[in-house]
Design a protein around this ligand. Structure first.
Ligand code: TRH
Length: 367
């Protein structure tokens, strides 16, 4: 089928990150995709041209309107251009789907799959379907492209060699074998100073792979205010492709991720992780964070869940973040139960049909 995916870049990289991953997954399965985006600039590093599937066309939002395809995906309620919607008015209109943001909250299950009649504007009389990603079988599931888990297992089978090769490809010289590898991808308010103070105080051999933007800015601020610490090394990464970003998450012993797409990739990576949820002024993100922790840490040993929840709350500014919280990280990571619990939680998720498989079924039922 031909899919028209509409993406408006609000801020950060998640909108385009999710829409690209969706488009690439559809294309890998043989569908044709037109990705309409108002600001495609991030794709230059996120999905370098030579790596892009041939059957994805990236079009500027205002490009010449074409005959709508079989399916229209309106990502995150971005309202496709009126001229395009007007063209959807035809005897057999495309299936129009609003792909929503990811949340672990219970209400998602009640809203997933509902139809909404369009009451006004160029789409008047058409139907829009609400498709919610999620963490249960009663939702649309999570993006998980075919072959991901097999590729992850292949890497894991030879973890140390693969991560050394990957790091070398980025010019990172391999640290001593006992070094803990951490990745850092966060928003502005993250307590990176407290984290680095804690890691320095722990005395453990640690290297932190710092992503561009807020993480790099905050790490540089800390470095400017602190003398070098022999056991703690920080490496600034360039922007890397989504495929390489996965390898970052697979290589590290602990991943600090944020938003939506990198958060899901950390779940599939299966390494212990800390999630910086997209902060919202009215504080609703706190409920979203709790809802996810409830699901993800269900069944974990109580003391471990308590420790990791405390870490997540500190990281999200929902609990005071002292260096002490983070000084305990190396010993917490040495507890094999965290990685084991992460693995069983991932297995539960991997049993839910992936988002694109569900989306294709959903569309077929409505065509
Ligand atoms: O960048 P984000 O904070 O995006 C946010 C969230 O999606 C949030 O839910 C949404 O409301 C807001 O955008 C508008 O975090 P996220 O979702 O992880 O998206 C980052 C994308 O960038 C993800 O696809 C991973 C990718 N990435 C790379 O490919 N290479 C990199 O070097 C880095 C740092 C990220």
């Amino acid at each position: 089928m031909l899919w028209d995916v509409f993406c408006r870049v609000v801020d950060n990289f998640g909108d385009i990150g999710v829409c690209w991953r969706l488009s690439a997954d559809l294309a890998e399965r043989g569908h044709a995709v037109r990705l309409w985006v108002d600001d495609p600039s991030a794709l230059r590093w996120m999905a370098p041209e030579p790596l892009r599937p041939a059957n994805i066309q990236v079009l500027h939002w205002d490009a010449q309107v074409q005959e709508p395809g079989d399916v229209v995906i309106e990502a995150f309620g971005c309202n496709p251009p009126d001229a395009f919607v007007a063209r959807m008015q035809r005897p057999v209109p495309p299936v129009w789907i609003n792909l929503e943001y990811l949340s672990a909250e219970p209400w998602v299950e009640r809203c997933h799959g509902l139809r909404s009649p369009v009451m006004s504007g160029p789409g008047k009389g058409l139907s829009k379907w609400f498709f919610y990603p999620g963490f249960t079988a009663a939702t649309g599931g999570l993006l998980r492209e075919t072959g991901l888990m097999a590729a992850r297992q292949a890497w894991q089978a030879n973890h140390r060699q693969h991560r050394a090769q990957w790091a070398a490809s980025l010019g990172i010289k391999p640290p001593s074998p006992d070094t803990l590898w951490l990745s850092l991808f966060c928003y502005e308010p993250a307590p990176v100073g407290a984290l680095l103070d804690g890691l320095a105080a722990s005395g453990a051999a640690i290297q932190v792979l710092v992503t561009p933007g807020f993480a790099t800015d905050l790490a540089r601020q800390w470095q400017a205010a602190h003398p070098p610490v022999s056991t703690l090394s920080l490496h600034e990464l360039p922007p890397i492709s989504q495929a390489e970003f996965d390898h970052l998450l697979w290589a590290c012993d602990l991943n600090f991720v944020r938003g939506e797409d990198s958060a899901v990739r950390a779940l599939w990576a299966g390494q212990p992780h800390v999630w910086h949820i997209y902060p919202q002024d009215d504080g609703v993100h706190a409920g979203k964070l709790d809802a996810f922790m409830d699901r993800w840490m269900a069944g974990w040993p109580d003391d471990l869940a308590h420790e990791v929840r405390g870490l997540w709350l500190s990281w999200n500014g929902l609990r005071p973040a002292e260096a002490g919280n983070f000084a305990a990280l190396p010993s917490l990571l040495n507890d094999p139960r965290w990685a084991a619990s992460q693995g069983s939680a991932r297995q539960r998720l991997a049993e839910i049909p992936d988002l694109v498989t569900q989306l294709c079924g959903f569309v077929s039922d409505r065509r």
